[in-house]
Design a binder for this molecule. Structure first.
Ligand SMILES: [Mn+2]
Length: 442
């Protein structure tokens, strides 16, 4: 749980970054249409949620800063018995004022009228200038008298880089739910099923353990399908003796987890699969070992590239001179993506990677990132020994940077060849760390 005090502190921190005589406006997200008049499930905007903890749509946070005094105003949907009958209870102004420690709460309908008053004498308007939201365009028109416009999202993203203990707890909870889902799939019989049946199982495990949603569209990719990096069709049969790449993470109270495991359909790796798998795993373990404050993400990528290239040379996947292969980026055909990304309220957390001087932001205590090396060998790649073709492997964990090093938050999700084979044949049931916890309501 994130306390109201923490949300207030965040608003105070943001207000300090704004110039005097300015106004900042942050909108909730809107419903997105799926087809005709049905919508996708509502998900609050991460920046708005970060500053308020308020879940309702059609709401707006306004910061009015005069000299060194900032007033925070939340605009919420009015109570409406008739509409609430259809769409559920709303907080309304009174309740919201009690629960959320902002200075004032007004009805969203009054926003335009109130802004006229707030805009008087203001020199800077802070808004999400990169947004395509119609409401942002409208407010920019209304504020045409304000000289300077700045993107408020930059300031919020900076704040989101380092996670608080309360945020880390929610991420840990999301990961523990994800762990149980991956373990459940590892334990179950997969031969004869379709990819989407495993997806259904994962979604069932997420929801029955209190994660309302997944953090992104899960990938369940058997065999060569794993070589499509964002494979989300998930509709092919699971074929005996092939591997399944499963990239799936739950979202818990708006916080993401992002985990990939690659497991055999029949529970046992072939010799060739094992060799490729261990190359990716050894690389991942080496990279995780390097994580501590002051290390750059680009250093992690550099070492990953070196280790994977060396390994691929050994297996005969790449041929030639090691230095030339690195220089010519020959690894890119088989390892085309980055080593990882920030994670938090969004699975790809939009916190910055470079600072204002264009220098890379080094790792520091409280940052959370994924480490996810992979190797993808297309089934038709004739330059590679036949036994390795049609195999795609990625192994991904979520890592917290600590004062002296790191904490792999997903360390108890099984990962070695032996562990995966053992859990597949139910040989790991007794281990406490691996026990699937009983489903819980919330
Ligand atoms: Mn990821």
């Amino acid at each position: 749980m994130i306390s109201q005090k923490e949300y207030k502190n965040r608003r105070d921190t943001l207000a300090k970054k704004l110039s005097n005589n300015s106004i900042g406006i942050i909108y909730s997200s809107t419903y997105k249409i799926r087809s005709n008049d049905t919508e996708y499930p509502y998900r609050q905007d991460s920046n708005f949620y970060y500053l308020t903890g308020f879940k309702e749509d059609n709401s707006v946070l306004v910061l009015v800063k005069t000299k060194n005094l900032t007033k925070t105003i939340l605009f919420v949907q009015k109570k409406d018995e008739q509409l609430e009958l259809w769409t559920g209870k709303r907080q309304g102004e009174k309740q919201a004022k009690k629960r959320f420690s902002v200075d004032k709460v007004f009805a969203s309908n009054d926003l335009k009228k109130r802004l006229i008053e707030y805009f008087v004498g203001k020199k800077t308007l802070y808004c999400d200038l990169s947004s395509k939201d119609k409401r942002v365009k409208k407010v920019l028109d209304q504020a045409s008298g304000i000289k300077t416009q700045k993107n408020i999202i930059h300031y919020i993203r900076e704040m989101r880089l380092v996670k608080s203990p309360a945020e880390i707890n929610l991420i840990k909870k999301a990961i523990s739910i994800t762990r149980d889902a991956h373990h459940s799939v590892m334990r179950s019989k997969k031969k004869g099923k379709k990819e989407y049946e495993l997806l259904a199982q994962i979604e069932y495990e997420f929801k029955s353990r209190g994660a309302y949603s997944d953090a992104y569209i899960s990938i369940v990719a058997c065999g060569n399908n794993a070589n499509t990096l964002h494979y989300i069709k998930n509709n092919k049969p699971l074929i005996d003796k092939e591997l399944i790449l499963i990239d799936a993470g739950s979202e818990y109270k708006h916080y993401a987890s992002d985990i990939t495991r690659t497991i055999p359909v029949n529970g046992k790796f072939t010799k060739a699969q094992k060799k490729l798998y261990n190359l990716v795993l050894d690389t991942q373990l080496e990279i995780i070992k390097m994580i501590k404050p002051h290390v750059n993400r680009s250093e992690l990528q550099k070492i990953a590239v070196e280790l994977l290239t060396k390994g691929m040379l050994k297996l005969g996947i790449l041929k030639g001179d090691y230095k030339k292969l690195i220089k010519k980026q020959k690894y890119k055909k088989y390892y085309p993506h980055g080593i990882g990304h920030w994670m938090g309220l969004d699975v790809h957390d939009p916190a910055p990677y470079i600072n204002y001087d264009n220098n890379e932001i080094a790792l520091d205590k409280g940052m959370v990132l994924t480490i996810e090396p992979g190797l993808y060998i297309d089934k038709d790649d004739k330059s590679v020994p036949k036994k390795y073709r049609g195999i795609g492997i990625r192994i991904e964990d979520d890592i917290l940077v600590t004062k002296k090093g790191h904490d792999n938050l997903s360390k108890d999700i099984v990962k070695t060849v032996k562990e995966i084979e053992d859990i597949s044949f139910n040989l790991l049931c007794k281990s406490k760390a691996l026990a699937v916890t009983a489903p819980q309501a919330k």
